[in-house]
Write a protein that binds this ligand. Structure first.
Ligand code: NAP
Length: 314
């Protein structure tokens, strides 16, 4: 890579918002780089069923939708690089992003870093990640064939993923901190009808136990204070804990630099942040509805407005 190269736009993050921005920027013949730290696709590749994205075919999954978005971006020549950015300099006409492998420069930046799963924060949780604790049913459900699993959370994600887990697990317990779900009514109805799903209301997971793999959870009823030490079925010897209690925006890099609220980047309706030439799009932005459909919309707007910004620079 040519280190002295100055791109028209660097898009930081390769989820739906970033890929959409890349598509629009590429089509506008902007010299475009999409930087992604691991694997393109963002959170949606953890989803088994995408049935609320307009035009999605029946049986569309997160990965199948993302594959099509990547193919489309490739047709319009946005460059794509895997690197983890550790430092940013966003003030001034030339923005600099320093990564673990390289340093990158651009006249404008679109931040689409998205959000990451929130942790329970109880003992045993991080110790057993990948050993019985998971944040992705699509990735890990098959490991729990005919076993018992505990899903923590009561929002759309928790309930949808609980329904998906019933295809594998023997029994799915939803542990929710209140006695009423937050999930959309249509999703709730499906869950209440599913005989494999059980609810543990007003409760929280206080500890995750195991020996190598998870074999127990300690659950506390928040109303009565009663603590239950649940052990895996003796013959099975292990159980799963899937955590879906929301997401936190990935904005650590921009703390003290960009205006934020509750960790989300504040933009105007054209995706502009408080720094000229710096835009934010998708889940990382303060907004009402975090969905693929709004992420791709944000990305398109950000790219078009970035192009206008570049025109104004000359
Ligand atoms: P969410 O809507 O923020 O729900 C988080 C759930 O976890 C809530 O039930 C919350 O309880 C619980 N919770 C939060 N912090 C907790 C903690 N520390 N300990 C225990 N429980 C905790 O998150 P989400 O379900 O991941 O959804 C995120 C966004 O994506 C939402 O806007 C959602 O609508 C959207 N989404 C949409 C779809 C769809 O349209 N099909 C699918 C998935 C996600 P309380 O209810 O008590 O606050």
């Amino acid at each position: 890579m040519d280190m002295s190269k100055i791109y028209d736009v660097i898009i930081l993050g390769g989820g739906p918002a970033g890929l959409s921005a890349g598509l629009y920027a590429g089509r506008a013949r902007m010299d475009t780089l999409i930087l992604e730290k691991e694997k393109e696709g963002g959170l949606i590749i953890q989803t088994e069923e995408v049935d609320n994205y307009p035009g999605a075919i029946e049986g569309e999954t997160g990965p199948s939708l993302i594959d099509k978005m990547i193919d489309q971006v490739n047709r319009f020549h946005a460059e794509r690089v895997i690197d983890t950015i550790t430092e940013v300099q966003l003030e001034g006409e030339i923005k600099v992003l320093k990564g673990k492998k390289d340093s990158y420069q651009a006249k404008s930046v679109i931040i689409t870093t998205g959000a990451k799963p929130r942790l329970i924060g109880c003992p045993g949780e991080t110790k057993f990640i990948g050993k019985g604790v998971s944040y992705c049913a699509t990735c890990d459900a098959a490991f729990f064939e005919d076993l018992e699993v505990f899903v923590v959370g009561g929002g759309d994600t928790a309930v949808e993923e609980a329904i998906f887990l019933t295809k594998f697990a023997r029994k799915v317990n939803i542990v929710h901190r209140r006695d009423e779900l937050r999930a959309a009514k249509s999703i709730q109805e499906k869950a209440f009808k599913n005989e494999k799903i059980h609810f543990i209301w007003d409760s929280q997971v206080d500890e995750i136990k195991g020996e190598g793999l998870v074999n127990g959870v300690v659950i506390k009823n928040r109303k009565t204070g009663e603590v239950t030490d649940i052990k895996a079925d003796e013959e099975e010897g292990l159980l799963g804990v899937f955590v879906f209690i929301g997401y936190d925006p990935m904005t650590e890099l921009f703390e003290g630099i960009l205006d934020m609220e509750d960790g989300y980047i504040i933009t105007d309706e054209d995706m502009r942040t408080n720094i000229p030439g710096v835009f934010a799009a998708g889940d990382v932005r303060k907004k009402t509805l975090r969905q693929v459909v709004t992420a791709v919309s944000d990305g398109a707007i950000a790219a078009v407005v970035a192009e206008k910004y570049l025109e104004g620079m000359h």
